[in-house]
Design a protein. Structure first.
Length: 296
């Protein structure tokens, strides 16, 4: 399987954006089968370049994450990236996970600090663990053999009380420890992404590959839940439209496709080299967006 940095380089030379999707580990065996046997094949029809699989809170899906990544790579021959967090893990435990990943043929890791453990509101490092994601990035880079992605926040991290400029400076430091690319948190106002990109490039001198994370909205209530967790702002016109749609989920899905396609079109016109879709383990909306963009 390819390093994701090489995928982006290859796509750039071919003059097309790299397409990728995020999945989460299902909670049931039926969910696993649906993901591997239905959702992934449906998305393969639009010729993605890679995908990623999240890591449950507190490392709760560690084995499942690696297992799904391995199955996607072996059964569908699609490069897949495993998320890895610092939560409740010592250096030795993280080393063991990475060596397990290596043995399974997993070559790409998204290195994250992770959210506080269930039942707590504040982040606490454990003894002989890491407090910051940059420490995990450096740890993986020192081990060697992996391509490393990190998360970026166009509106600033929700926990960064000092403001987005400070958060972006911390991202630069994280990249400097050995990250190969940045995938952003969801955002719905492209102006936030462009301000983020310009600040990193022009003020901080960071030329790392920035990949916008796109969420085709499925319902207004779902959007409220997601944005409350990550701090992303909902533009007034979007909130008004979803408010008018109300509980009509089919109308919300159609609007989500329309909005995401428009968002992606502007991003591509202004030079982004990849699009990363938060699929929520569904294929319809992402397929529709990519088709509307004429990318498949």
């Amino acid at each position: 399987m390819e390093f994701i940095r090489d995928i982006h380089s290859r796509c750039a030379k071919a003059g097309r954006p790299a397409l990728s999707f995020e999945f989460f580990p299902p909670k049931t065996d039926d969910g696993d089968r649906n993901l591997i046997e239905k959702t992934v094949p449906a998305l393969l029809a639009i010729k993605p370049d890679y995908c990623s699989v999240t890591y449950g809170a507190g490392g709760s899906t560690r084995d499942k994450t690696l297992g799904i990544v391995e199955r996607i790579q072996q059964q569908h021959h699609l490069t897949a990236m495993a998320h890895l967090t610092c939560v409740n893990s010592t250096r030795d435990q993280l080393h063991a996970v990475l060596e397990d990943a290596r043995q399974r043929g997993i070559r790409n890791i998204l290195a994250l600090r992770g959210d506080p453990s269930a039942g707590t509101t504040e982040w606490r490092k454990i003894e002989d663990g890491f407090e910051f994601s940059w420490e995990l990035v450096k740890f993986i880079r020192d081990l060697g053999g992996f391509c490393i992605g990190v998360a970026g926040f166009p509106e600033g991290h929700i926990a960064c009380r000092e403001g987005r400029d400070v958060d972006w400076q911390r991202l630069k430091h994280k990249v400097d420890q050995g990250a190969d690319f940045v995938i952003t948190q969801i955002f719905f106002d492209n102006a936030d992404f462009f301000a983020f990109r310009d600040h990193l490039r022009n003020k901080l001198g960071t030329q790392v590959t920035l990949i916008p994370g796109i969420l085709p909205v499925l319902s207004g209530s779902q959007l409220q839940k997601f944005t409350s967790l990550c701090g992303a702002a909902i533009p007034a016109k979007m909130a008004e439209r979803l408010g008018a749609i109300g509980a009509d989920d089919q109308a919300a899905i159609a609007y989500g496709i329309e909005y995401a396609a428009s968002q992606c079109c502007e991003l591509l016109d202004r030079g982004v080299t990849g699009l990363h879709f938060y699929s929520l383990n569904k294929s319809h909306s992402t397929v529709e967006v990519v088709q509307r963009l004429g990318l498949c």
